[in-house]
Ligand binder design. Structure first.
Ligand code: SAH
Ligand code: ADE
Length: 279
């Protein structure tokens, strides 16, 4: 029988999803931040370092003038804030989300200005520069971010309703951002696609999605002995998952890791950045 486009082709791999959820119980926010958000992967003196590349893509996407509205939702924030540093200037309400309490707590610590929370200052300074401001404007940017983040919510992209009921306006969010989440919580491409489709259901028609993720990655380390399996993706699979999820691709950019960014915490070969729109 012919299936209509967008219909699920396989039953959900519940055991695979549950096995990944068990791996996440060992996720260490501090180690994850050290592996991915310190040099060489976050070296602001280089344009070929991973984090400056991601920040430039996000800056461009948010300053093209087509992303409007009130509510931005970041899906699977983890312990990180870099992914909303540009968006927080455009949207008046930013909702952060994560599956793990430990990550939500780490974000709350920074939002509350607690001593010992991760230092996002060089990130704030860098994005101020992208915005044509002096790096010294970073304190204002930090204050802006703290004022627009209204909540840090639990999320599970494998559930029919990923967020607590009533979290979003009935029409949906105006914008979604998600980085390194869907492929690292999905045992196979079908689960990745199903999660993307569910994420898309949180968006209002006409809203935008910015999706960042790993290409060709089969695992990453979330603590010294915690190896999280990842579904290895290529660009064609990302494009076809977007299509099946009813999202129209506006732009796809690909970053290939220079050899010195391969630091032994994963086997990622590249990174994709997608800007898409829900028709
Ligand atoms: N966005 C951050 C963190 C990505 S790490 C960054 O760009 O670095 C992947 C994140 O997915 C982790 O924070 C993990 O807690 C979260 N996660 C795990 N299972 C999930 C699920 N079922 N639904 C949504 N997020 C999940
Ligand atoms: N940066 C953040 N998460 C990552 C991952 N899973 N792989 C590569 N780079 C990352």
């Amino acid at each position: 029988m012919e299936r209509s486009q967008g219909e699920a082709k396989e039953p959900p791999n519940r055991e695979g999803i549950a096995a990944i959820a068990r791996c996440y119980q060992g996720f260490d926010p501090a180690m994850y931040l050290r592996y991915n958000y310190t040099p060489p992967r976050a070296d602001f003196t280089r344009t070929d370092s991973i984090v400056p590349w991601k920040l430039a893509c996000l800056h461009q996407a948010f300053t093209e003038g087509d992303m409007t509205g009130e509510t931005l939702v970041d899906v699977g924030s983890g312990p990180t804030l870099y992914q909303v540093l540009s968006g927080c200037e455009v949207f008046g309400r930013v909702v952060l989300t994560d599956f793990l309490e430990a990550n939500r707590r780490e974000l709350q610590r920074w939002l509350a200005g607690e001593q010992g929370s991760f230092d996002w200052t060089p990130y704030l300074q860098h994005v101020c520069q992208l915005e044509g401001r002096s790096p010294s404007a970073w304190r204002e940017k930090a204050a802006r971010l703290r004022s627009v983040v209204t909540e840090v919510l639990p999320i599970d992209v494998h559930q029919p309703c990923p967020l607590p009921p009533g979290s979003l306006p009935a029409s949906g969010a105006d914008c979604l951002v998600s980085s390194f989440c869907l492929e690292s919580v999905s045992p196979d491409v079908a689960s990745f696609t199903a999660a993307l489709r569910r994420m898309g259901s949180l968006l209002r028609p006409g809203g935008h999605v910015l999706l960042i993720g790993a290409l060709g990655e089969s695992y990453y380390m979330a603590a010294p002995n915690v190896r999280i399996p990842v579904v290895p993706l290529d660009e064609a699979q990302v494009c076809s998952s977007l299509k099946v999820s009813g999202l129209s691709l506006l732009r796809l950019c690909v970053y290939t890791l220079p050899p010195d960014m391969r630091v032994g915490v994963d086997d990622v070969s590249g990174i994709f950045f997608v800007k898409a729109r829900k028709p």
